[in-house]
Design a binder for this molecule. Structure first.
Ligand SMILES: Cc1cc2nc3c(=O)[nH]c(=O)nc-3n(C[C@H](O)[C@H](O)[C@H](O)COP(=O)(O)O)c2cc1C
Length: 226
């Protein structure tokens, strides 16, 4: 009888150890680690995707940065004309920069007839107050309220074509803004023709624009650029 009990007990213990062994194979921690593996894989996938998205976001943002670096015309500049005469290109360069800053329209002034002897004829015109015939690349000058007038200094004066431009247009009540380029003289001595020929215009502070870097602060100073 005692032997049977021992055999039964032994059989139960064996059966119990089988059950425990079987439970060990269904270890929940194995499932967890497998889920963790999946989570890691998903996270890795996201991590791989995120920089790719960032790259594409950056690549779409880059042109915006480039755009914001370009010169934006000032919203307060209104209808602006930049009229200029330029013999060798320096004044034209200044005029183009003013147009970029203000969003204004460029108008080139040219002498209708080319000079024969520049040195002789051009100085005589200035001294005698002659107004030579000119062409202007913009017709509707009367539509503009703010007019820049640019020229090279010749014999410490404005070339005679500028006198023609000022005399043959009605600038009453409009704002004229002189600017020039030169080899050394400043704009001061050349300004008298603005008051003489356009007494009813507002004459703003002029600029000798030999250094193009002076243009931006000058425009800010006269209120045409923020
Ligand atoms: C006929 C002539 C006269 C000039 N007279 C002067 C002058 O009196 N003072 C001066 O500083 N520069 C003088 N210059 C130099 C010009 O003003 C200077 O080179 C200017 O930037 C030229 O502008 P532009 O390239 O728009 O023609 C003269 C140039 C020329 C061709």
């Amino acid at each position: 009888m005692k032997i049977r009990k021992n055999i039964l007990l032994l059989t139960l213990m064996l059966a119990l150890s089988f059950v425990l062994a079987a439970c060990g194979n269904n270890n929940p921690s194995a499932e967890t680690s497998s889920a963790a593996d999946k989570t890691e894989t998903a996270a890795e996938t996201l991590q791989t995707e995120e920089p790719a998205e960032n790259v594409s976001e950056e690549s779409t943002e880059e042109p915006e940065t480039t755009e914001s670096e370009t010169i934006e015309p000032d919203a307060n500049s209104g209808n602006v004309l930049i009229a200029y005469f330029s013999y060798t290109g320096n004044t034209e360069e200044a005029a183009q920069m003013i147009a970029e800053y203000t969003g204004g329209t460029l108008a080139e002034i040219q002498r209708a007839e080319e000079y024969g002897d520049l040195q002789e004829e051009a100085e005589a015109e200035i001294l005698d107050g002659v107004h030579p015939e000119i062409t202007v690349s913009v017709d509707s000058i009367e539509e503009y309220d703010t007019i820049f007038v640019g020229y090279p200094i010749w014999w410490d004066e404005a070339p005679a074509m500028i006198a023609t431009f000022l005399a043959e247009n009605d600038f009453s009540g409009k704002t004229l803004i002189p600017f020039c380029t030169s080899s050394s003289d400043d704009i001061g001595n050349s300004l008298h023709i603005f008051n003489e020929l356009c007494p009813d215009a507002v004459i703003a502070e002029g600029l000798t624009a030999n250094d193009l870097n002076d243009i931006e602060p000058w425009l800010q100073g006269i209120g045409l650029l923020e």
